[in-house]
Design a protein around this ligand. Structure first.
Ligand code: UD1
Ligand code: UDP
Length: 368
């Protein structure tokens, strides 16, 4: 069997890392990196740490407006998806521009498309990820859903592909990394956090709707000022280049740097990130993946969004939506505690056998 994966951005690599070796146990696996993310800390480090073989192709499309980025991926992917290079299926992951472009080019080339992390909806079309997900789902032949909510969304939309609830690959990877790789991390030492275990907040912000709004970013930074300067809380902030670029452009970066307890660092690799997460008191984020990881590791999550695709984490009382309002962020970080102390009583993201379930479905279906 011959399968291809199209990946391009940090969250795609984490998912690929959770499934690559399982795919290689039954199929040839060609990895196509679109080049959407290209900085070492957003790309290559994940391949190294998660033991993913070097991509067979790198399309090197780089950054750009969505139409241009997606167009460039299609243009460079098409020759790889040629008649003499047949794939039994093409796998795409999550909701990035690379996900949608990979699904579209594969479907147009007559290949089966399998979407991992299918069916998620925020019902907010302003998010670039929402259109990517909807389009990838409707182009897919196999839709691997992480949650019941995702499965129900797809049923309501009457997608034509086969829908299966496989659980989420983050269960497979996050516990494995936490157990086997995190012990070798030295990030707590290097950021001088060893005496602050369980006391600092881990923060990430990169969502387009937040990082393109001066008002939203000002409000988030004001919350940092209150929490750090007034309440003396340590905040560790591995900052996405999109966010630092924006903050520098609108002259807010210096204000953030002046917060005396905010530690701004470059993006870190997955092992260090999970090490930081495990010892944090709370997470403040607008990331999708991090909401799940926080839930799985029992860390309370404050989400800087008005909505989320991971509705089960809210229903479980483990995650709270604050949007970007300063007062709500400050209150959630300093006062709110999860309703239930024990996370993951119900395995809302599955049991950690997602990669095996995907294998069993693909081997059965594609060998027909
Ligand atoms: C993308 C995904 C988002 C995902 C995020 C994970 C889309 C529409 N968005 O957003 O769903 O949550 O990745 O991190 O696909 N940049 C660099 N170096 C890089 C890559 C990007 O400096 O290696 C900067 C560039 O200025 C670029 C900006 O970041 O313009 C945004 O990059 P892009 O890939 O367009 O979107 P992300 O915000 O990273
Ligand atoms: N992540 C990381 N280093 C960082 C920030 C995030 O390894 O400095 C991980 C995080 O744990 C998550 C993955 O990157 O699993 C993708 O998260 P991101 O927030 O970039 O994307 P999203 O999940 O929002 O699409």
């Amino acid at each position: 069997m011959k399968l291809a994966s199209v990946v391009g951005a940090r969250p795609n690599f984490v998912k690929l890392g959770a499934v690559d070796s399982t795919i290689r146990s039954f199929s040839e696996h060609i990895i196509i990196h679109t080049g959407q993310h290209y900085d070492y800390r957003l790309s290559e480090i994940f391949f190294k740490e998660l033991d993913i073989p070097k991509p067979d192709f790198n399309l090197e499309v780089g950054s750009g407006p969505p139409g241009v980025q997606i167009g460039n991926i299609l243009k460079k992917l098409q020759p790889i998806f040629s008649k003499d290079n047949k794939f039994d299926a093409v796998l795409v992951y999550g909701d990035t521009n690379s996900t949608f472009a990979g699904a579209l080019c594969a479907a147009k080339s007559g290949f089966m498309v399998a979407h991992i992390e299918a069916g998620l909806r925020s019902f907010d079309r302003r998010m670039p990820e929402e259109t990517n997900r909807i389009l990838a789902d409707h182009l897919s032949d196999y839709l691997f859903c992480p949650t019941m909510a995702a499965l129900n969304n797809l049923r309501r939309e009457h997608v034509s592909g086969r829908i299966v609830r496989t659980g989420d690959l983050s269960v497979d990877i996050v516990r494995n990394v936490a157990k086997k790789l995190v012990p070798s991390s030295t990030i707590l030492d290097s950021l001088e956090l060893n005496d602050l275990k369980g006391q600092y907040v881990l923060m990430t912000v990169h969502r387009a709707e937040n990082t393109s709004s001066l008002e939203s970013m000002e409000s988030i930074i004001h919350a940092c000022e209150i929490l750090s300067n007034r309440e003396g809380l340590k905040i560790v902030f591995p900052i996405h280049p999109r966010t630092s670029n924006f903050l520098k452009r609108v002259k807010l970066f210096a204000r953030l740097r002046q917060c005396k307890n905010v530690k701004i660092v470059k993006p870190v690799g997955y092992i260090d990130f999970i090490a930081l997460l495990l010892q944090s008191k709370k997470v403040v984020t607008d990331s999708g993946g991090l909401q799940k990881e926080a839930y799985l590791l029992g860390i309370p999550c404050v989400t800087l969004r008005e909505n989320t695709e991971w509705v089960e984490t809210i229903q479980a009382g483990a995650n709270i939506l604050t949007g970007t309002r300063t007062s709500l962020i400050v209150k959630a970080v300093s006062e709110w505690m999860p309703r239930r102390p024990t996370f993951n009583r119900k395995a809302i993201f599955g049991k950690g056998d997602t990669a095996d379930m995907i294998k069993s479905i693909l081997t059965k279906e594609l060998s027909r």
